[in-house]
Write a protein that binds this ligand. Structure first.
Ligand code: ZN
Length: 261
């Protein structure tokens, strides 16, 4: 299989002791590239450090995504936001993210929307794609993506770790977006995610681990890592009645097209 993990937090502390082995296992599983994601100033700076460093020969290529996630809205002072914006000029950066709306947790929705709108504007100005987190926020998300330029093709991106209503997957595909599925698809208690997978054409599907979180079956409960994206490819393949190799190939091509890597 030739895979890309479209979303992993490889700069997380949980990888600091054994990253070379994690990258070796990823390579052995066929992972050619990993998109490494930040969510605030510190994590975004760590992503830039990791993606600009040298790694053992044969490691997957690493690509940076920097941004301010809704979970970190309380830290998003104007100077912190300006710091993240300045990082977008670095050559390693392939997208703005992860950004979005999360109405599941108790974080001020109006503040989340302001922070999100600012970052959507960065992406449109710089012609960068966006990596979106959306939880229990379907209506505002679809509206804001449309208003920011998705309806006119000025904004491209992916809804990552999709867990929203399956009908929303079709709405964002209509807006030209990709939809990325994680190891949640392999969980017994996630039939709606498998329904969403069936509704998204493979040509718009990405796969990811969201490592170190959400390890797929049969690794559930362990620290997740990019090598396990193969399990997501197998799960998506079963639903679409295609081979895992084909799903790996098509989703990797989608990922390269979206992030221009
Ligand atoms: Zn994430």
């Amino acid at each position: 299989m030739r895979l890309i993990d479209s979303h992993a937090h490889l700069a997380d502390d949980r990888f600091k002791d054994d990253l070379p082995e994690v990258l070796r296992r990823a390579r052995d599983a066929g992972v050619e590239a990993v998109v490494v994601i930040g969510y605030n100033v510190e994590s975004s700076a760590a992503v830039l450090k990791l993606t600009s460093a040298d790694h053992p020969a044969g490691s997957p290529s690493l690509h940076a995504v920097v941004g301010f996630a809704p979970h970190n809205v309380a830290e998003a002072t104007s100077s912190a936001v300006a710091e993240v914006e300045a990082m977008l000029d670095r050559p390693e950066v392939v997208a703005v993210g992860e950004i979005g709306l999360d109405y599941h947790y108790d974080m001020p929705p109006a503040d989340q929307r302001t922070l999100f709108a600012t970052q959507l504007e960065w992406a449109v100005q710089r012609e960068l794609p966006v990596v979106i987190h959306s939880r229990e926020a379907v209506d505002d998300m679809v509206r804001m993506l449309g208003e920011a330029g998705a309806s006119e093709g000025r904004l491209r991106g992916v809804i990552h770790c999709f867990t929203e209503d399956p009908a929303m997957a079709e709405q964002v595909v209509d807006l030209g977006f990709y939809v990325s599925f994680s190891g949640i698809a392999t969980f017994k208690n996630a039939p709606e995610v498998r329904d969403a997978i069936a509704r998204v054409p493979l040509e718009r599907t990405l796969i990811e681990t969201d490592a170190p979180f959400l390890a797929p079956v049969p690794h559930r409960g362990q620290r997740n890592e990019p090598a396990f994206v193969a399990e997501v490819a197998r799960c998506v393949a079963e639903i679409h009645e295609r081979s895992a190799d084909e799903v790996a190939e098509i989703s990797a091509a989608n990922c390269r097209r979206l992030f221009r890597i």
